[in-house]
Design a protein around this ligand. Structure first.
Ligand code: CA
Length: 359
């Protein structure tokens, strides 16, 4: 508005200069409607994750007054779930929504920006990304692919998963074929299990038919939506492998840079809004769904034994150290992540943890 007033005032006083003409041209350009596609790794409209992507698209469209319209595509609508990264990288879609650990085949460092076994909680993850150097490293990691990443949602602590047998010792994980992506999957492999990476939409049928023995997905809200309680008996916590999973927005770098500065800011800041909104939604819906699962569907809720968690933590340390040695970028990300985790733990232990255990 200010710029428009200035141009109007300048025109009325006959003071149009080359600078203000340039501004007028930019203004005219910036009112044209730009259409973007957002491909996602989620089934269309899937509660929390798919709807989070929808919210992001809606927000960008609204905040830009319709100058930038974003259309969302569910998994398989334009590209399959695990081709989202490539689609954004080559510009088939200008945006994507998914989770960074799906791209470990592109760059091992990506995994640290989604979820790390025994890593950071949602709040700590945001601390690392926004104020601890994490986001800068994420940009650097995706730079070779022409993608700008942004945190765009967080599920909070996930559940350890659904099993058809009780897990009483680490031995019970041996030979277990389980859907568990990313670094958590590597840890399971180390414990003698067989990790499988399946997109969300294929989990229920795989578990029901016995193609897999166990699965993790997210937490009560999302797991109930897939009906996982109809395919397995035991529901274990805590999600040691995903303590605060960050969802991501992928933005084609060239497409972003071609936008006027205000639209660029809208895209980036809409991601922040969705990042906050999703964790708030999960906090509310998880407890509602947990109540339904336990009281209505009579799901057996169990905690993984401490000795199993201790062993998984030692195996996680081994896995993280090995993954860190993959390449220079991964090592750099790992070191920043690890240093942040060690330091923030001192504060989290006497704040969140001490408070929660005393409540
Ligand atoms: Ca998960």
């Amino acid at each position: 508005m200010k710029r428009r007033h200035f141009i109007k005032a300048a025109a009325s006083t006959g003071l149009i200069t080359s600078t203000s003409l340039t501004s007028a041209t930019a203004l005219a350009k910036s009112t044209a409607t730009i259409k973007w596609k957002m491909v996602t790794t989620w089934p269309k409209n899937f509660p929390g994750l798919g709807t989070g992507a929808n919210n992001l698209a809606k927000l960008i469209t609204q905040m830009s007054g319709g100058r930038l319209k974003v259309k969302v595509y569910g998994a398989k609508e334009l590209v399959p779930a695990f081709e989202v990264f490539d689609a954004v990288s080559r510009g088939t879609a200008q945006m994507g929504h998914g989770a960074a650990y799906y791209w470990k085949g592109k760059t091992a460092a990506a995994q640290f920006f989604a979820a790390v076994p025994f890593g950071l909680t949602a709040q700590e993850m945001n601390g690392w990304l926004y104020h601890g150097g994490g986001l800068k490293l994420w940009h650097e990691t995706y730079e070779p692919f022409g993608i700008i990443p942004a945190a765009a949602g967080n599920t909070g602590v996930q559940m350890a998963g659904w099993f058809n047998k009780e897990i009483k010792s680490i031995e019970d994980l041996k030979g277990l074929k389980m859907r568990i992506p990313g670094l958590g999957g590597e840890v399971l492999k180390r414990a003698g299990g067989t990790p499988v990476n399946l997109p969300g939409g294929e989990i229920f049928s795989s578990l029901k038919t016995g193609a897999i023995d166990a699965t993790e997905w997210v937490g009560p809200y999302n797991d109930m939506a897939f009906g996982l309680h109809k395919a397995a008996k035991f529901y274990y916590y805590p999600g040691w492998h995903e303590p605060g999973t960050t969802l991501e927005a992928l933005i084609n770098k060239q497409a972003l840079e071609e936008l006027p500065a205000d639209l660029q800011s809208i895209v980036i800041n809409a991601c922040k809004v969705v990042n906050l909104d999703m964790i708030s939604e999960y906090t509310t819906r998880n407890q509602q769904a947990l109540d339904t699962l336990v009281n209505k569907h009579k799901v057996k809720l169990l905690k993984l034994p401490d000795e199993v968690l201790d062993r998984l933590q030692s195996l996680s340390d081994e896995v993280l150290n090995e993954v860190a040695a993959t390449d220079k970028m991964t090592k750099k990300v790992f070191e920043s992540f690890k240093s942040y985790r060690d330091k923030v733990k001192l504060w989290s232990d006497i704040s969140e943890l001490a408070y929660l255990t005393s409540r």
